[in-house]
Design a protein around this ligand. Structure first.
Ligand SMILES: *Cc1c(COP(=O)(O)O)cnc(C)c1O
Length: 639
């Protein structure tokens, strides 16, 4: 059953905090208040706390419906500050001679307000931007005014891309072209001659070490990006030939994203430093070592090298990098370079969360079974009844197998017309009753047979959330990424139900049935029963990285509303930005419909109906009104 055994002690908010792991994954930015509400603490646990339910009220008063993405700008600032403070601490304590220059990879969250905030707040640390396309480069140049911050150009570059970068350099920006493909060099040489600008160049090398984890495919020897040692040597020779070796300033590598194991980070830094030393020995001036992204987020709060976690802190990350580079380069007496990292995920993940209301819950209820079976009851149903009667703790697996077998047999008989709808319905009732009994019994077992694990998911409540996974949590669907999910209120109450979450796209993939857990992951989430006339709100946390621009228009669910807040040190806060989600007309036009043409054709359709006497002119008006309102409306469920 989907209720879980309730122990006797009264439920406290601390129990909720522990159950949902807020203190483990929240990095100090989230907590549970005495009133049982999730609060945002942008200045850390000791600072002011803003209750999320109060923010939801504020959002609704301003006319925005759920689902809504809530961003807290201070958290973004705070993450940038932490990154620099961590590196600066390591640099100081280890006596490293270079400095740290972070850059934000725009692809991780391309929203204008994010780039603007990073460029503004980041300027106090000379935090720069990393771009992988012409569009991103234009966005970066438009926001960067700091001449010391780096603008790193990765990705395949054509002549136009290079011209954009060279012009930005002429304006005074610190632009680097990282050569990822041997062919790019000739275009760079040619364009810089034409424009008479000496470019700053980097090379992206493929390390032989390969990090483990979900996202690591982009690193390693077989990665599609980057140059082999032989190609790097060719580039050096070519640069020497055209008298441009003095342009070579930076070495870049990228192991992949969400590197869970600090060991991989350390090994990468050591190998990267060796490559760097090799380039210095060849006579390149160098000066920058860029380690790419990879700094992971502890989504599940387990602090392990599990794919959704990391076995290190930000301080350990920076100390290990600084130490590894220093140890490697000191052996050859090479001057310490500036260290660049391209942390995207860790910079933006924390600052946004998705809020949605639950529209409905479907529960598997105990079912009515007949006391006596009719004489003409099909044999499989009779067998199912026997299975139900024979359930004991030791026979669960066997009963489960039998139940599935007889249920399938009934389905086949139904398909061939041998049994009728009512008989089939009876077999399903027995089947689900058996499953509920097995689910109950298996809780008493020490070890649960593998096959029975799925029973929890099958017998769990289904909470229908007002959002689209494809639009708002694409990685949850595409690569089974885990995010912390929890109710944002009622946390003083014991969550008595167990559920999975379904979105409103009616797609069988539009479901969340893996949840974070300190011990790996769990298949159902503890939730509260709905109350009449009261909304139940869930939050999906740490969604600031990669989720906002990957989303698609599945079922024509569009962008959701977005609201940003900024919290002052006294705890007061302001709604600083609002972004209205797509209307139905917006999403229709994305797929090449023209809302105006749709209205025109509806108008003439309705006019014809009037002419033919099927509706009155005022009914025509009402008909058109409904469609006009519909086109203007939000794509999600509106109460
Ligand atoms: C995606 C990417 C990053 C960002 O990685 P995170 O793990 O999100 O920090 C950095 N550099 C390059 C080249 C990338 O492709």
């Amino acid at each position: 059953m989907s209720t879980f055994s309730s122990s006797l002690h009264p439920w406290r908010v601390e129990d909720s905090a522990e159950l949902y792991g807020v203190h483990s994954w929240g990095a100090g930015y989230f907590d549970v208040s005495d009133k049982g509400e999730v609060v945002i603490c942008p200045y850390g646990p000791k600072g002011p706390k803003v209750p999320i339910p109060e923010l939801i009220d504020g959002i609704k008063e301003r006319g925005y419906n759920m689902p809504c993405l809530l961003r807290c700008e201070n958290i973004l600032d705070s993450q940038i500050a932490s990154l620099h403070e961590s590196f600066n601490k390591a640099i100081k304590s280890l006596g490293y001679k270079g400095s740290y220059r972070g850059v934000f990879p725009i692809k991780v969250n391309q929203q204008q307000q994010v780039i603007e905030e990073i460029a503004d707040f980041g300027s106090r640390y000379h935090h720069g931007l990393e771009v992988g396309s012409k569009g991103e480069l234009i966005a970066a140049v438009a926001h960067m005014s700091d001449r010391e911050a780096c603008v790193i150009c990765n990705g395949y570059k054509d002549g136009e891309f290079i011209d954009l970068g060279l012009q930005a350099q002429r304006l005074g920006l610190n632009v680097f072209f990282v050569i990822e493909m041997p062919g790019e060099l000739e275009t760079i040489i040619q364009r810089s001659k034409v424009l008479d600008i000496r470019p700053k160049l980097g090379v992206r090398c493929k390390l032989s070490m390969r990090a483990s984890g979900h996202w690591a495919e982009s690193g390693g020897e077989r990665s599609v990006f980057g140059l082999s040692p032989a190609e790097v040597v060719d580039i050096i020779d070519r640069l020497k030939a055209v008298d441009m070796l003095d342009c070579l300033r930076l070495l870049h590598y990228h192991l992949g994203s969400q590197i869970s194991n600090i060991r991989d980070i350390r090994l990468g830094a050591m190998e990267g430093a060796r490559f760097y030393a090799g380039l210095v020995e060849e006579g390149a001036p160098m000066g920058y070592l860029d380690l790419g992204g990879g700094l992971a987020v502890d989504y599940d709060g387990s602090h392990t090298n599990y794919f959704s976690s990391r076995n290190y802190t930000m301080d350990e990350y920076s100390a290990d990098i600084v130490e590894a580079i220093m140890a490697t380069l000191d052996e050859d007496g090479i001057k310490h370079p500036h260290i660049v990292t391209e942390s995207g995920r860790a910079t933006v993940a924390y600052y946004s969360l998705l809020l949605f209301n639950v529209l409905d819950v479907s529960r598997l209820e105990p079912m009515q079974l007949p006391e006596k079976l009719d004489d003409d009851t099909p044999q499989p149903v009779v067998n199912l009844r026997e299975v139900l009667a024979s359930i004991t703790p030791r026979s669960l697996q066997e009963c489960y197998n039998d139940a599935v077998y007889y249920r399938d047999e009934m389905r086949q008989l139904f398909a061939t017309g041998a049994v009728n709808l009512r008989q089939r319905c009876l077999s399903e009732r027995f089947f689900w009753t058996i499953l509920m009994r097995i689910a109950e019994e298996k809780e008493h077992l020490k070890t649960i047979p593998r096959d029975l694990h799925d029973i929890d998911v099958n017998t769990a409540d289904i909470y229908y959330g007002n959002f689209s996974i494809f639009q708002s949590l694409p990685d949850s669907w595409a690569i089974d990424q885990l995010f912390p999910i929890m109710p944002v209120h009622r946390l003083q109450e014991r969550p008595e139900r167990r559920g999975i979450i379904s979105d409103i796209t009616c797609d069988s993939d539009g479901q969340i049935n893996h949840f974070i857990d300190q011990l790996g992951n769990k298949r159902t989430l503890e939730l509260h029963p709905l109350k009449d006339g009261e909304e139940y709100y869930l939050g999906v946390f740490l969604v600031g990285a990669y989720q906002e621009t990957l989303g698609d228009l599945h079922n024509l669910m569009g962008d959701n509303n977005v609201v940003s807040i900024r919290v002052e040190e006294d705890g007061s806060y302001e709604f600083v930005r609002e972004q209205e989600g797509d209307t139905v007309a917006d999403v229709l036009s994305y797929v090449e419909y023209e809302p105006r043409r749709i209205m025109e054709s509806l108008r003439s359709m309705a006019e014809r109906a009037v002419r033919e006497g099927r509706i009155t002119p005022s009914q025509r008006f009402a008909f058109l009104q409904v469609f006009e309102d519909g086109l203007r409306g939000y794509t999600y469920f509106e109460r």
